[in-house]
Write a protein that binds this ligand. Sequence first.
Ligand code: NAD
Length: 256
Amino acid sequence: SLKGKTALVTGSTSGIGLAMAIALAKQGANIMVNGFGEKDAAISAIKAFGVEVDYHGADMSKPVQIQDLIQQTEKRFGSLDILVNNAGIQYVANIEDFPADQWDAIIAINLSSAFHTIHHALPGMKKRNWGRIINIASVHGLVASSQKAAYVAAKHGIVGLTKVTALETAKTGVTCNAICPGWVLTPLVQKQVDARAEREGMTNEEAKIALVSEKQPSGEFVTPEQLAALAVFLCGPDASEVRGVAWNMDGGWTAQ
Ligand code: NAD
């Protein structure tokens, strides 16, 4: 049980982050919600498990706001024990057409934000000698796809940051690991389904199948709940010696 622990999940108003927050609340953890989506729905879904919930609207591209997010979480709940770096965005274009401001935004939100949260959260975790840092990377932290230069660079970067954090905490009760999902049908991916349906004159259903089966041998989407179950395992006592891994759950994507 994670009763008495506090979890911050960045970008937890939708998709994978929301599923992570709900699964951790189910284990008894208090939750700090963050993100730009429908926060009231997220808060009430989490509150249903009888835990303490609060919301902080930090923009994860802004280091000063990230520092405040960590400080407010520690102040509100007394500690920050589980940090899930999940907030992320995507942009798809060839490098020569890739807008520089999209590159900067993706590096800031998908990579640098995790440096800033870890930077501010680690002292408290080390002092209490317990902590779980889970970085939501991607199969794109392990392999590449065309048209995703910024995303692939950021996700490879976060796998590297995960390993360094794991080494620097190896002799402590703090662990740091990355989860590398394949295709998950969230709003982030629905946009890519819509683009494909439009481009190839397909229905939504046809575009979903085309998208997933191109890369993912199972032909099935991974679900946010399956990823959340892995995160719960990583928070448990049996995972105390899992350190610095980049754990894929990808329907066979990276086995090819
Ligand atoms: P999503 O769009 O459903 O959720 C993203 C969350 O991040 C939302 O809560 C959004 O409000 C928040 N967010 C975006 N920009 C933010 C900012 N500047 N500050 C604060 N919050 C911000 O997407 P998702 O698919 O659930 O993605 C979650 C994570 O999982 C991302 O890091 C993504 O790269 C990763 N991922 C997703 C897939 C997939 O197939 N969906 C696969 C691999 C990895």
